[in-house]
Write a protein that binds this ligand. Structure first.
Ligand code: FES
Ligand code: CO
Length: 332
């Protein structure tokens, strides 16, 4: 089986590992690219992340607690402040020198889009920019971080693939939809994404749900959509309705290890903010559950060798993602 978690290149990227609200103050345990980290927050809101292993006898710090902004090891009480410096060894008399090796080696951590992001190495790129985050006419809707028993490589492959809609998404929007996928032209999309843009004409049923272009009165609606990726594992789908409303979905896959992943998605929407957030994302969540149920039946990592699987015309976006991903791993 192909493996990617030890790739030094991937260590230079940022990954969403938890909701910001879940680390308040923590300590939370997260696993990224095969390694465990402890993450906690001090009363000023400042995050610290470090390998989840106490320098004293290797107890998991995430099993400890946070007091006055410091994480306390549950085994012998070594105490670490924001930034990882060890500030207390309870067994040593007050004023004793703290061994330099008692301090934690921290990793980069930050909040963005309501999520905690970690970069385990030296960042070579930033977190993908979603300009709507700073636009007051949009609201952001966050969702839980779920664990999917599938490889992040298979998730991205799925998120860029529309030919599974009539088969996997029969419980949501896919029932009876056209199976033939029109020719796809790949292009640079705004904000650094790469993928494709297309128009979809849909019937607007009387019982239009909140998720489907509320308030439009025409029978037939055209939606301008796009789907794209930023390496390694970030996907974005955008939908612009005729009403001018945008529905932007950021789909985030984080490799826990080669074959286990965190999944969360973030929605931005410039609606009138009247519909409850839960109602707006209920449809997207149901779609995600259908993908999860399918992907968890697939074994291992998506083979890096394109010849190991058959690809057809509709796979163009995911084939291109795979080509670029393999190139990234090779350091090109
Ligand atoms: Fe953490 Fe001893 S193992 S204080
Ligand atoms: Co799907």
């Amino acid at each position: 089986m192909d493996t990617f978690v030890d790739s030094p290149v991937l260590a230079g990227h940022w990954y969403a590992v938890a909701r910001s609200s879940e680390v308040s103050p923590g300590p939370a345990k997260v696993t990224l690219l095969g390694s465990d980290y402890v993450v906690w927050r001090d009363p000023d809101g400042q995050l610290t992340a470090a390998p989840d292993r106490c320098p004293h006898r290797e107890a998991p710090l995430s099993a400890g607690w946070v007091t006055d902004g410091c994480v306390v090891c549950p085994y012998h009480g070594f105490t670490f402040e924001t930034g990882g410096r060890c500030v207390r060894v309870p067994s040593s008399p007050e004023g004793s020198k703290i061994p330099p090796k008692a301090h934690l080696s921290t990793v980069h951590v930050t909040d963005r889009y309501g999520l905690v992001w970690i970069c385990p190495g030296e960042p070579t790129v930033g977190i993908p920019d979603i300009p709507q985050e700073l636009d007051d006419s949009y609201r952001r809707i966050n969702n839980p971080v779920e664990v999917w028993q599938t490889s992040a490589t298979r998730m991205v492959d799925n998120f860029l693939d529309i030919s599974h809609f009539p088969f996997v998404h029969t419980g949501t929007f896919g029932e009876g939809t056209e199976t033939v996928v029109p020719k796809i032209e790949l292009e640079e999309l705004p904000d650094g994404f790469y993928g494709y843009a297309y128009d979809v004409t849909v019937n607007n049923p009387q019982s239009a749900s909140a998720a489907s272009a509320a308030k439009a009165t025409t029978k037939v609606l055209t939606r301008h959509m796009s789907s794209g990726f930023i390496l390694p594992f970030v996907c974005r789908s955008t939908i612009r309705y005729e009403t001018g409303m945008d529905h932007i979905l950021l789909l985030l896959s984080t490799p826990v290890d080669d074959v286990t992943s965190y999944f969360t998605f973030v929605v931005w929407r410039n609606d009138d903010f009247s519909a409850p957030a839960d109602e707006i994302v209920a449809f997207d969540r149901a779609i995600g559950a259908e993908d999860k149920a399918m992907l968890e039946q697939l074994d291992g990592v998506l083979p890096f060798d394109q010849q190991a699987t058959v690809s057809v015309q509709s796979d163009k976006p995911s084939v291109e993602w795979r080509r670029r991903f393999v190139k990234l791993l090779a350091g090109d």
